[in-house]
Design a protein around this ligand. Structure first.
Ligand code: GLU
Length: 172
């Protein structure tokens, strides 16, 4: 199975959105059906925009006008998606947020045990918005971060041990 999505991130002293758009444009020749960018503002609010391409516009074109909502945000992640689980829709596009909107995640690959993970997470009270294999990971990460005193890197290492399949993951 060819799986050629693109993932990118920015952390620095300039507008994350502009850098991320530029890298998504470089990545688009890998092919994609949807794209999204999430940045965090000064107050810790996550600004997430994600779209599937339409007949008239690529998803990257649909994202570009939202730059003004991301001005001066210094950290962000961006994704071009090739749908494997869940159709190419705005809702299924990445980044995916946790239920508190305090975590955003993008993923390249396939989570093979997502059906089981999703059932367990729903039992624990997490609400899913998409049909993707990816969304389970952001909910797992949200719980793991709480169990690791807010340490996102430690949480990510724990979560990766629970995943089967192929995955490159980026979270903020
Ligand atoms: N399996 C994930 C999805 O369908 C990621 C696909 C990709 O690598 O773009 O959402």
């Amino acid at each position: 199975l060819e799986n050629m999505c693109g993932i990118t991130a920015y952390l620095g002293s300039e507008s994350a959105f502009e850098y991320i758009i530029a890298s998504l444009i470089l990545l688009q020749n890998r092919g994609y059906d949807s794209a999204g960018i999430c940045t965090i503002d000064d107050s810790g609010t996550f600004i997430n925009n994600k779209y599937a391409s339409t007949k008239d516009h690529t998803a990257i074109e649909l994202l570009q006008p939202y730059g003004k909502e991301h001005t001066d945000h210094l950290i962000g992640i961006g994704h071009t998606r090739w749908a494997t689980h869940g159709g190419p829709t705005d809702t299924n596009a990445h980044p995916h947020l946790d239920n508190e909107a305090k975590l955003a995640l993008i993923h390249n690959g396939i989570i093979e045990n997502y059906v089981q993970l999703r059932a367990e997470l729903e039992k624990r009270g997490h609400t899913f918005k998409s049909e993707t294999d990816t969304e389970s990971v952001v909910h797992l990460l949200s719980d793991a971060r709480k169990e690791n005193n807010g340490d996102l890197a430690a949480a990510m290492r724990k979560v990766c041990q629970q995943l089967k399949g192929s995955f490159t993951l980026l979270a903020i």
